[in-house]
Ligand binder design. Sequence first.
Ligand SMILES: Cc1cc2nc3c(=O)[nH]c(=O)nc-3n(C[C@H](O)[C@H](O)[C@H](O)COP(=O)(O)OP(=O)(O)OC[C@H]3O[C@@H](n4cnc5c(N)ncnc54)[C@H](O)[C@@H]3O)c2cc1C
Length: 388
Amino acid sequence: MLDFSLTSDQRQMLETVERIRKDVIEPNAMRWLDGTFPYDNMKVLAEAGILGMTVPEEYGGMGASVLDTVLVLEEIAKGCYVTSMAVLGEVGVQCRIVATYGSDAFKQKWLPKIASGDCILAVCMTEPNVGTDLGNMTTNAVVKGDRVVINGTKTLISRVEEADVYVVFTRVNGVPGSKGIGCVLLEKTKGLKQTGRFQTIGGEHLAELQFDNVEAPVENLVLKEDSLRKLMSAFNTQRCLNPAICLGLAESSLEHSVRYLRDRSAFGHPIGDFQGMRWKVADMLIQIEAGRGLLYRAAATADPFPEPTLAAIAKVFVNEMSIKVCSEGVQVHGGYGFLEEFAVARNYTGVRYGTLGGGTTETLRNLIGRRLVDRMDLESGIAGLEFF
Ligand SMILES: Cc1cc2nc3c(=O)[nH]c(=O)nc-3n(C[C@H](O)[C@H](O)[C@H](O)COP(=O)(O)OP(=O)(O)OC[C@H]3O[C@@H](n4cnc5c(N)ncnc54)[C@H](O)[C@@H]3O)c2cc1C
């Protein structure tokens, strides 16, 4: 039997996060629109154990599932896009890569700090000339005795200034193509140079980072060449967490819209009396609930990472749905919906990130199409695909 109910632990966790959202996160959402990192919110969330939720229990975390993480990010995003993105950096794929592939020494040193909120993580994949096409990245890590030496440039990276640990996707020993990609866990070190800073329309800033003969102990080369498949498998987690943020933003826009329909009047009536307005919020809810179903199902398949096709379907649908829903939220608010001080305006700019990060919607359609055209057995049809 399909069970759509949340456990009592999940409900309790969500009540805690909802209280923090309403008391702390939502009232301060305007503070982070200029690229300032939301340390104050992170401190409160760390005290509640949220930042360490995906750290395994033996290292002081909660060992939370991907679905738990989806629920929490969705709730935080309802209050503030920038904060949800900062939290994503702690509870997302980078923490799972450290916990799954890190050496014992690295895990002993850093996982308790991630759990307590004392370590900020960054993930470095994108390069100036390579984003989607990861197999062509040029950053290279060469093993020299007991050291690994990295050279290259990464760009559009979140939390560069704040990070203590960088999860760096890199070519290893110059091996060409997708087969050459591995991963180094890097502590903040002198050779790292920030060479650019970019303000996003969502509020957070991104940066460019140069690796100039940056060295790490060879045991921090946690995935050697030919590991892209393993790394991408871990990345299916991110393909559920990115849409969790989009879902929360869409929900926020809907809730604010319903309130506005009651409070705002035109032609002598609350605008919620107009059928055209009621149909807007009805459609917003229909879309949100369709997306929520897809996303929770994909997240629930995690073992330890979500099923790739379901994660891709959920991400594409929720990313595109939430852009439409957040746009309708602006429309419902008339001209006020265009002012930064209105949550619907901030949701509208923040949500635009969804189709770009964590695998673009075009790449994910390629993945879904490939699985259908190359792999579907015509006898069993879609019922024969891996996820049924
Ligand atoms: C807010 C934000 C935060 C980010 N944080 C990080 C971070 O922390 N770390 C990090 O490494 N990166 C980060 N990024 C970068 C992000 O991961 C990349 O922007 C993304 O992977 C796309 O790469 P690109 O921008 O180089 O686009 P490109 O790869 O150049 O793509 C351009 C367009 O071409 C399309 N395209 C490319 N190939 C194909 C194809 N085969 N078929 C069809 N269409 C295709 C793409 O879908 C896209 O629409 C962040 C981006 C944003 C917006």
